[in-house]
Design a protein around this ligand. Sequence first.
Ligand code: NAI
Length: 219
Amino acid sequence: MSKAAIVSMHVIRRLPSYYRCLKELQKNSVNKISSSELSEKIGVSESQIRQDLYNYGNFGKQGYGYDVIKLYNALKRILGLDKTYNTIIIGAGNLGQAIANYTDFEEIGFNLKGIFDINPRLFKIKIRDAKIMDINILEDFLATNKIDIAILCIPRDNAQVIADRLTKCGIKAIWNFSPIDLKVPDDVILENVQLSDSLFTLSYRLNEDDLFKRIKKEK
Ligand code: NAI
């Protein structure tokens, strides 16, 4: 079991889209937005937004809407994006290298400190500032470097063993791309990412009209 959240995960999963929208508004020098405009932009009902934000304090005024900068700063703090984090990537294959090469994470405070792999041909290669290192030195590295988040980009067969090694070394957050249900201690936060879920949602949407035509016919 990974660490349970205080607020419902449904609420938490909506927060990044609120943050992105507020960031965009702020960039475009919008100072104030009505709750109905915000709702339309995000695609979440006004009352849902109000309820979600209410978990963290009082935002927005009746008849005024939301102060964009205030809400943007609040969401940044709520999402923990006002801090910086040290990260490592395990698995320097296609996915690991793609994530390592993505500079935007660094810009928002997720600093890549190292990459680990089992393939000796990759050792010593640097991706931006991060060296690819032998997975055998993982424990030594973690003993001397404070790492907040491990990003798992290895095949499923090895993922649990590596997750166990990471958590034994005190890693408290794993961003897992490996297609496996990892078991981690109760005090570890596990966030699984499956790009295919989003692709399947897209293919569902492509087929939804036909699906319901068929269902209607069969009724
Ligand atoms: P890849 O084969 O290109 O890279 C895997 C890398 O992991 C290799 O460099 C390999 O040497 C290394 N590796 C294997 N065992 C290791 C260990 N015990 N310790 C350290 N390194 C180890 O594969 P790719 O395309 O990068 O995918 C990696 C994983 O991510 C796969 O399990 C794949 O299914 C998954 N994946 C998940 C996605 C998602 O949306 N969740 C999207 C794409 C891939």
